[in-house]
Design a protein around this ligand. Sequence first.
Ligand code: PBG
Length: 323
Amino acid sequence: MPFPIHRPRRLRSSEPMRRLVRETALDPADFVLPLFVVEGEGIRKEISSMPGNCQLSRDELLKECAECKALGIGGVILFGIPDHKDEEASQGYAPQGIVQRAVRAIKDNVPGLLVITDVCNCEYTSHGHCGKIVDGDVDNDITLGWLAASAVSHARAGADIVAPSDMMDGRVAAIRRALDEAGFPKVPILSYAAKYASVFYGPFREAAESAPQFGDRRSYQMDPANGREALREIALDLEEGADMIMVKPAMPYLDIIRMARDRWDVPLAAYQVSGEFSMIMAAARNGWIDQERAMMESLTAIRRAGADFILTYFAKPAARLLG
Ligand code: PBG
């Protein structure tokens, strides 16, 4: 017999051939762009560790949203940075809070753009933790009330989807019940179901001014060493009524994305977090890596692992490239 009989290279011989057999495609509709909103006007303050991403005042946020819509991007997820932080995260669930006003403005000015809100307290607490501090740790059950109130206020402002990222136990059930009681049974919950205590959130905490002032988040976010525990977290959130689930970060956790994809048929999101973005940008700026190719390869890998959609700071440049 002649050797080799099987020549996989036959199907890689030209770009048309490769395109024919390509298994994974990217689409701007599958990207969600995280945006940071601040008080004021005319503010577009670049986040030094996240080139091209800015803290935006509401007027500038609207321009960014209009651009996302024009590029066919799937949606935006909003993070608020209030002027005033306190022990009780009160601006997180204030009816006229920064995110609530931003959602209303987007709904009025950029109709048709999908708006997701991140539901968490760390941007609103003076200590930077994701909930009420009791005896030096975040108290789970008191925090649930804040989260439910935030989610309802976001829905009232017009949010299309609420996405709790706090990792408190029972938050999905608490939010579902509160939304239903407040008359928002149709607003879905995208749960950050498997969210790890990751060093890759570093740049985000600069962007959101949300670094914990003492300790860390390891008593509520997951241990990076655990995979099976992620499946348990996801199962619990689905039992509690999550409509969609998320794995976060993305590229260091492709195994978790794949396990979740194989096990459940609900829409699965992955968050390519700030540190993942910043590493690629830093290497590219040093001339060590090609930015466009690293961007597209990382997004393709996350989709191939099984994510249906990706929260990514590359949403605009990737959409432009695909367009
Ligand atoms: C809020 C929240 C964080 C991120 C998303 N929602 C920060 C954190 O948990 O410390 C990180 C996103 C990123 O790094 O891009 N809890």
